[in-house]
Write a protein that binds this ligand. Structure first.
Ligand code: NAP
Length: 355
């Protein structure tokens, strides 16, 4: 049986390791991709440091893939060997992102648009899908595809608050909302990201490090509820508690899970929760929900995301390329950078295949 290297977490907070895992032949409807670049996302850290949603160790990490199709299973008619594709794959070991070969359903991939660098494209899949899912499914906003000419949502002028606009989820949420015609997008971010987030589509950017930020946003909203709020951060103290003071009767709030009760640091274990109503008081009439994109399987990736990327309606996240002599060195350096919060408005991406 052929094997290839994969990055695994062997137990909570232990250094990452490389294991040789089976190279799986694609079945019906599946393709095999030679994975050239991947990204590290907070879920990798939540899993490696906190064991989040891990049933069995060692655990293969990652969910972002980009590279050429090297094998095609029966019944796949939209992709062929040699096509450059990118995708968000996460359900089983054979499709995890931090390994050299990935075998998964063809509908979880889209073609890389011409002129887009693979390391830029790999910043999209996970969080562009998450942003779409959050707006469309969790908040119940219609996102027709293809978008009809002159489409305008009925809430186009209503305030829409995206807490944490510089995060990857935040950047894609702002861009999708702009694409669909929302014009009053409010967001929070560190000051250094203000101009960029306005370029992406935010109307106002509030500095979340400002101790008066809650009062400033409450003042800006006046007596009216902000109808839609996305919490792109999911931090108990950093976003959920502040939002519980901003949301009022009539607000719908979608919070990224897990709730980060305490961040991982080099010396402290992280603490997570899955209930967005625990330890916080939401005003009566606020509709709050926790987002789990992993329950969402639709054909967003073959068509919607490549199209929006190709036409420039979705810009990739800026990238911080993690270098290193080996796959393991790059994976570990990226994990350490996540833990040390070195990604500010950018995605940590690294090469999987050396050849
Ligand atoms: N449940 C799901 O389906 C799902 C899917 C995707 C993501 N998530 C979760 O969503 C969270 C965000 O993921 P991501 O990949 O978008 O994160 P990310 O890009 O790594 O987030 C880093 C950014 O967050 C900003 N930030 C940190 N704390 C903040 C705060 N209190 N208020 C406002 N901004 C803050 C930082 O801004 P500065 O550097 O300027 O401070 C930085 O730019 C993670 O916990 C992830 O696991 C959940």
């Amino acid at each position: 049986m052929s094997t290839h290297p994969a990055v695994v977490a062997v137990k909570p907070r232990a250094p990452l390791e490389i294991r040789n895992v089976p190279t799986v032949k694609p079945g019906k409807g599946e393709i095999r991709v030679k994975n050239e670049w991947t990204a590290s996302t907070p879920l990798d850290l939540h899993q490696a440091d906190g064991g989040l949603l891990i049933a069995e160790w060692p655990h293969l990490l990652g969910d972002g893939v980009v590279g050429p199709v090297v094998e095609v299973g029966e019944g796949v008619d939209n992709l062929t060997v040699g096509d450059q594709v990118f995708g968000f794959t996460w359900r089983t070991a054979k499709e995890k992102g931090h390994q050299k070969y990935v075998t998964s359903d063809a509908f979880l991939f889209g073609k890389l648009p011409p002129g887009i660098e693979p390391q830029a494209a790999v910043t999209l899949p996970n969080n562009a899908v998450t942003a779409w899912h959050t707006i469309n499914v969790e908040l119940g906003i219609d996102l027709p595809w293809p978008k009809p000419a002159n489409f305008s949502p009925k809430e186009a002028e209503s305030p829409f608050l995206v807490w944490g606009g510089s995060s990857s989820v935040g950047q894609f949420s702002i861009q999708l909302l702009k694409y669909y015609g929302f014009r009053n997008i409010l967001t929070t971010a560190s000051k250094r990201h203000t101009d960029y987030l306005k370029e992406l589509g935010a109307a106002q950017v509030f500095d979340y490090n400002d101790p008066g930020v809650i009062e400033t946003i409450v003042h800006a909203r006046g007596d009216k509820a902000i109808p839609y709020i996305i919490d792109s951060i999911g931090s108990l103290d950093g976003s959920i508690r502040p939002l519980s003071k901003i949301a009022t009767k009539g607000s719908k709030v979608a919070v990224m899970l897990p709730v980060v009760v305490r961040d991982a640091t080099a010396s402290l274990e992280p603490v997570y929760a899955m209930d967005v109503t625990e330890n916080v008081h939401w005003a009566e009439g606020v509709d709050v929900t926790g987002v789990r994109t992993h329950f969402y399987l639709k054909k967003l990736q073959p068509e919607v995301i490549p199209t929006l990327l190709a036409e420039g309606s979705l810009k990739p996240n800026r990238q911080k390329i993690i270098e290193g002599p080996t796959l393991l060195a790059r994976a570990q350096a990226s994990m350490d950078a996540l833990r040390n919060k070195e990604a500010s408005g950018e995605r940590l991406v690294w090469r999987v295949s050396d050849d």
